[in-house]
Ligand binder design. Structure first.
Ligand SMILES: [Zn+2]
Length: 100
């Protein structure tokens, strides 16, 4: 019966990609560059990724309004962390770099 579960997971992954693509399209509708929500880096359509603010793995909805534009490094570092936790981590790192 594992085939059934695999199909379901594939379907879910496809849905996630579709919603992420939709969110990116929306973000780039009027501009060519969008900033990463976490580090502020300028991103183009090629480099932008869609990040689920409230991670799906933590019960977040797979909806456009739950997606923000982030750069690939931030997106992969954030992983399944909540957005607030990740922002706090970045803030601490920035403070450390400034030698505070
Ligand atoms: Zn970033």
């Amino acid at each position: 019966m594992k085939g059934k579960i695999e199909r379901k997971l594939k379907l879910l992954a496809r849905e996630r990609r579709a919603v992420t693509a939709q969110a990116r399209k929306k973000a780039f509708k009027k501009k060519n560059i969008v900033r990463c929500r976490y580090c502020g880096k300028g991103l183009t359509r090629q480099t932008a990724t869609g990040d689920h603010v409230h991670p799906i793995s933590m019960g977040g909805p797979n909806k456009v309004k739950n997606i923000v534009i982030a750069c690939a490094p931030c997106n992969s570092r954030k992983g399944s962390m909540a957005a607030g936790t990740f922002k706090e981590l970045l803030r601490k790192e920035q403070a450390q770099r400034k030698g505070r």
